[in-house]
Design a protein around this ligand. Structure first.
Ligand SMILES: [Fe+2]
Length: 323
């Protein structure tokens, strides 16, 4: 997120209320109509809450696509993804819509269940930050629910700064200096013979070496920059060493005390710091056969920097600021 100058006086919050919902992460914000365009004091208070609580939730909002993008623009520069799901609105290029998760497997010529099975190489697999294999992952994501199932389909987030702080001092010192390769498609088990998803991965490779501990550009916090989705290997360690350490770190990140879980309703909005969290998309609603339509806007992010000041290094498929 860029730092916007506001005219807010210290201590004013524009009348909004920020109510934390879990010990380490997550706050619900009330008293603001996002469609009406929050004033500068409200924007400042929301920004502070996102940085403090890592993910904030709004309920009962009535944003349309243009309003969603306009709200996002108060906090940074929305990215324009080059490839979007086919349900995305053609006239609003910043919005990505997921309407039918079942379309994904079909796109690659296999039943959706099989595609998921081939992608799920570990229990940590679903935890990710958005576009984490890029050299400049988005700073934040603003996700809005249009249609949700009557039950199931919750999203869960974890606080990577709290997870880092919760490690023992010797382990923090050990991971502080490490870097890891992040890559799209890690651990995918190819289908025998022709596999269109393998072709897709080869045609759209994205890989970056990121610091394992990232210094947050706005809060200065150290963030355990790992996830189960993109991290291939810790540099300099043997493969078994890397796997054991990654398992330990992902167990740490996903401990329940560092997480918050959100029950979506139509009109709910979640706004998270994509640099300080990972999230878990739901896997308990596919069998319910109920539509779940979500709209996403992401804000452009910085190239991460490690504890020693070394930035991430792009290996393939992404350049800072270019989508
Ligand atoms: Fe995501």
């Amino acid at each position: 997120m860029t730092t916007e100058k506001t005219t807010a006086e210290a201590g004013t919050d524009g009348g909004i209320e920020v109510r934390p919902v879990a010990g380490h992460i997550g706050a619900e914000i009330t008293g603001v109509d996002l469609a009406a365009g929050p004033d500068a004091a409200q924007v400042a208070a929301i920004r502070a809450a996102v940085l403090r609580w890592k993910v904030v939730f709004f309920r009962g909002q009535r944003l349309d696509h243009a309003g969603h993008v306009a709200f996002a623009r108060r906090f940074g520069e929305p990215v324009v993804p080059p490839r979007r799901g086919k349900a995305s609105p053609p006239d609003v290029p910043e919005i990505e819509t997921t309407a039918d998760r079942l379309e994904l497997g079909g796109r690659f010529g296999m039943p959706h269940d099989e595609w998921l099975r081939r992608r799920r190489h570990t229990l940590h697999r679903g935890w990710h930050c958005d576009h984490g294999a890029r050299v400049d992952p988005p700073a934040a994501t603003i996700l809005r629910a249009e249609t949700v199932p009557p039950y199931g389909g919750d999203t869960t987030w974890a606080n990577l700064a709290a997870a880092y702080a919760g490690l023992s001092a010797p382990l923090r010192a050990f991971v502080d200096g490490l870097r890891a390769e992040h890559r799209l498609g890690v651990g995918y088990q190819p289908r025998p013979g022709e596999d269109a998803y393998v072709r897709h991965l080869l045609d759209h490779q994205v890989a970056t070496v990121h610091p394992l501990v990232r210094v947050h550009p706005e809060t200065g916090e150290r963030v355990l920059f790992v996830n189960g989705y993109y991290v291939e290997q810790i540099a300099g360690l043997s493969r078994p060493e890397s796997q054991a350490i990654l398992d330990l770190l992902l167990d740490q990140v996903t401990r329940p005390e560092y997480t918050v879980r959100f029950r979506w309703e139509p009109g709910s909005v979640a706004f998270w710091d994509n640099r300080a969290t990972v999230h878990l998309a739901p896997s308990d609603n596919a069998h319910l056969d109920h539509p779940r339509t979500m709209h996403r806007v992401m804000l452009a992010g910085e190239v991460p920097v490690g504890v020693d000041g070394t930035p991430s290094e792009a290996l393939l498929g992404s350049e800072p600021g270019r989508w």
